[in-house]
Design a protein around this ligand. Sequence first.
Ligand code: NAP
Length: 388
Amino acid sequence: MRSTPSATGKTPSGLRVMGNTVREVVARRGRGCLRPPVLVLARVPHPQPVNPLRPRGISAVRSRSMKEERMGQRGRVVVVVGASRGIGRAVAYRLARRGDRLVVVARDEEALARTAEHCRALGAQVLAVPADVTDSDALGSVVRSAVERFGRIDVWIGVTGVLAYGTVEQTPTAVYRRVLETNLIAQIDGVRRVLPVFRAQGSGRIILIGSLYSRVTAPYVSAYAASKFGLLGFAGSLRQELLDARGIDVRVIIPATIDTAVYQRAANLTGRVPRPIPPVVSPFRVARAVERSTRGRGAPVMPVGRVQSALIPFSAAFPRVFDHVVRLSMETLGLTRRPADDTLGTLDRPHHDAGRVTGGWRSPGLRAGLVALALAGAAALAGRRRRQ
Ligand SMILES: NC(=O)c1ccc[n+]([C@@H]2O[C@H](COP(=O)([O-])OP(=O)(O)OC[C@H]3O[C@@H](n4cnc5c(N)ncnc54)[C@H](OP(=O)(O)O)[C@@H]3O)[C@@H](O)[C@H]2O)c1
């Protein structure tokens, strides 16, 4: 898969695909990510003084979620950013079944239309807004369109993400910039644009999709890990700032390896074909966790995928061992020996297709193969230890 360069050979991020290499040609991008949001919906009320003897944050959220529970969540307005495929599409389907009104957002109009069509067939009212989230004005239009169509926004779910494989030395700065812009800056921008709506309403829930890579790192994915660590940091600060904002809630879901086509669509500069490190979890499980979060259930930072999530305490307890294990896993399981051309994947533009929820990584044959590979990897590690 190769990102299609324009007539000049340049892609929108200023990268040029040349044979087997990707060269940086433009260092500076002219986007105004520091431009303040222009949307003003109402006066922002001053935060109410908080009585320290009465911790309202938790009880307010709890009573709100019980009320939602009684209402059966019918008719909430939920914006799903990154809903054309994968986890975002699974989330949209799940919420459509629960009777939520949806605003679905992504770049690929064709795949987005399919998501919207299916959600309507499930009985939901749906507004599809094609947009590139790295375009700040387009994100502003998403918020405006949602409020114009449905009068309010109850939940904002930031799903968008892109993946890039390459060592630090193989990865051009422009690729780092693009990954950080999509996975971090655009998520921050979306939150900043929806917050005035939540402040004016006095309620709203923000759910961001981080990753296991928000908590642990691996070689060859430094751009992605940097963006996901950043996202978790951002969400933590925001949650603390909003402790006195009654009814506004911030949550992060951190999935392990999920069966989507993000791996086939990733930018790749390693020269080897990448694949997900098993065990691979269904995107519908992430959708279930997201849906629970929309009802205020579960922890503010919620892992999905028990086996790999055990790596979080493991890496903290045994950091040196973890470094070796994760490097070996990536070398043996995360990257195949099959050669691959350099590609920007969907970093700069979507691959137009009908879109799918799953990536085909959980077929029984493939699973057996990956388990065999995992066992081989573990045996190699054990052998190496014995030799040392
Ligand atoms: N799959 C995993 O193993 C895994 C694990 C942990 C976390 N996650 C996270 O889960 C989220 C969803 O990933 P996925 O696996 O479902 O990937 P996916 O199938 O590739 O879906 C990514 C979604 O983001 C959208 N998107 C990407 N760049 C965009 C842009 N510039 N503007 C607007 N939309 C954009 C894509 O739509 P278009 O291409 O049509 O724009 C698509 O809807 C990501 O944040 C990812 O980091 C995934």
